[in-house]
Ligand binder design. Structure first.
Ligand code: SAH
Ligand code: CA
Length: 243
């Protein structure tokens, strides 16, 4: 079996059920059951596996979504028949590649990041997968790129968006992305369980507070129907209602 990430996250001593940091695997299952889930459901293409293995050598590899989450997102994209998609936070390109491979030939993904270095790796794999023409990488602060898209008249034109960049900007980012989405479009927001730290009373870091506040605001947001799916590090799905 190809190496899916069956390593266990570190567990906080106070609560043995909570990993202490962001996790890149579904942590709400016992390890053995997680291994079973992966072994019986993953169809990770070879290229994605190679990208994951290369990324695993990077010290920030935990930021990458897990293969079961990549497969879930690609299923959502297929289910919706999404053509126009948006990604905020590319890193080495695993989530973007999962989505791009699920888009139809005339589909397109606008991918936003600030790192030339990490997205350089991403582009190598997108090229090898033959999806580089589908992906439009925009380097620069995501909030600026989203403003440019709004200025370009792209309001209401996107089917699917994945938000996974800096957590302190989640709410600002979400508010721009929702304008860019059509009614019935879907926004997936990553890391909303934040390795369990959303309920860790000792964690008052800026990022953790931003995620807690994002989750609370979204819960009261009448523009969307939501579901917080406990896959990976928590993936909140928000479907834009018609106005
Ligand atoms: N979705 C990726 C992981 C993203 S990690 C995957 O599954 O592999 C978060 C990324 O957000 C990093 O690559 C970082 O460079 C980027 N980022 C951080 N702040 C940003 C900002 N203000 N605008 C755009 N990208 C940002
Ligand atoms: Ca993430």
């Amino acid at each position: 079996m190809t190496g899916y990430p069956c390593h266990a996250p570190e567990y906080a001593s106070a609560n043995p059920k909570l990993p202490i940091a962001m996790t890149n695997r579904t942590f709400t299952l016992p390890d053995t059951l997680y291994d079973y889930l992966c072994s019986i459901s993953l169809h990770e293409p070879d290229l994605l596996r190679r990208l994951r293995e290369e990324t695993a050598r990077d010290s920030m590899a935990n930021m990458q979504i897990s293969p079961e989450q990549g497969q879930f997102m690609s299923l959502l994209v297929r289910l919706m028949g999404a053509r126009r998609s948006l990604e905020i936070g590319v890193y080495t390109g695993y989530s973007a590649l999962s989505v791009a491979m699920a888009l139809p030939n005339d589909g397109n993904l606008i991918a936003c990041d600030i790192s030339k270095d990490w997205t350089g790796t991403a582009m190598r794999y997108w090229r090898e997968a033959g999806v580089e023409d589908k992906i439009d990488l925009r380097l620069g602060p995501a909030l600026d790129t989203l403003d440019h898209l709004l200025e370009e008249g792209r309001e209401g034109t996107f089917d699917f968006a994945f938000i996974d960049a800096d957590k302190v900007n989640y709410w600002f980012c979400f508010n721009k992305v929702i304008k860019l989405l059509r009614s019935g479009g879907l926004i997936a927001v990553d890391n909303t369980l934040w390795g369990g730290n959303v309920i860790n009373p000792n964690d008052e870091s800026e990022e953790t507070q931003a995620i807690r506040s994002f989750n609370r605001k979204l819960h009261n947001d009448e523009r969307v129907n939501i579901s917080l799916v406990p896959i990976g590090d928590g993936l909140t799905l928000a479907l834009k209602r018609s106005e």
